[in-house]
Design a protein around this ligand. Structure first.
Ligand SMILES: CC(C)(COP(=O)(O)OP(=O)(O)OC[C@H]1O[C@@H](n2cnc3c(N)ncnc32)[C@H](O)[C@@H]1OP(=O)(O)O)[C@@H](O)C(=O)NCCC(=O)NCCS
Length: 194
């Protein structure tokens, strides 16, 4: 089935996940390094759990929006989502994972975060997007900072890995800091801005 991108950046598309993506999401979530960054509790997913997760997410919940991250060869390289969307307050929480460690640090993650934040701001009316990240995940923190997220606080020593403890870091972004002009231009009937 052809890919139907919802958002396109310089290196990635965001598009709805497809049933045929199941094989691509099984292996990454058996990798304890990846699941440590996103879960931190020695969790790995079985094929059955991933199939159940995919089925559930092929139909977004009312308070969530999940996109696959695809490279320009249309290979699924990760997932990014907004969850806990509260339309009264214009707030939501963001989560992301790129599946293969080989591509971490290559700029795909910050681009996908920027795209979903722009989408959330323009189409969903979000005003403030927050996220939680483990204090040792400096690559993720840097990626979020590049989009405009700022640290707003820490839950001290709330993460345990082996005998070590780390802070859980809270970050947020005001969507008023994002450039939405490209999205606005996609709606051809909007009047031009001065
Ligand atoms: C977090 C994640 C989405 C970020 O995406 P990414 O494509 O790797 O991030 P980017 O390349 O856009 O940005 C990473 C930045 O951190 C820097 N960086 C990379 N590795 C680093 C390291 N070990 N220490 C410090 N900085 C590092 C990069 O140089 C880059 O900064 P720069 O552009 O100023 O040079 C991705 O790494 C990922 O999926 N990791 C595993 C899952 C995860 O951690 N999810 C987030 C849970 S909160």
């Amino acid at each position: 089935m052809p890919l139907h991108p919802v958002m396109t950046g310089e290196n990635v598309h965001l598009a709805r996940l497809r049933r045929e993506n199941l094989p691509q999401i099984i292996r990454p979530f058996a990798n304890l390094e990846l699941t440590t960054y996103i879960g931190g509790r020695g969790w790995t997913a079985s094929e059955a759990e991933q199939a159940e997760w995919l089925d559930k997410n092929l139909k977004n919940p009312a308070d969530g929006m999940l996109f696959g991250i695809y490279d320009f060869g249309e290979t699924l390289i990760g997932g990014v989502d907004l969850r806990g969307i509260d339309y009264r307050t214009g707030t939501a929480e963001l989560g992301i994972a790129l599946y293969e460690p080989e591509i971490w640090g290559g700029g795909y993650g910050s681009e996908a975060v920027r795209l979903i934040c722009q989408y959330g701001a323009f189409h969903l009316g979000l005003h403030n997007i927050m996220l939680k990240v483990f204090g040792f995940n400096v690559r993720a923190i840097r990626a979020y900072e590049k989009v405009g997220f700022r640290e707003i606080g820490r839950r001290r020593e709330a993460v345990r890995l082996g005998q070590e403890r780390f802070d859980e870091v809270y970050m947020d972004l005001l969507t008023s800091t994002l450039d939405l002009s490209a999205l606005r231009r996609q709606i051809r009937q909007l009047p031009a801005l001065d």
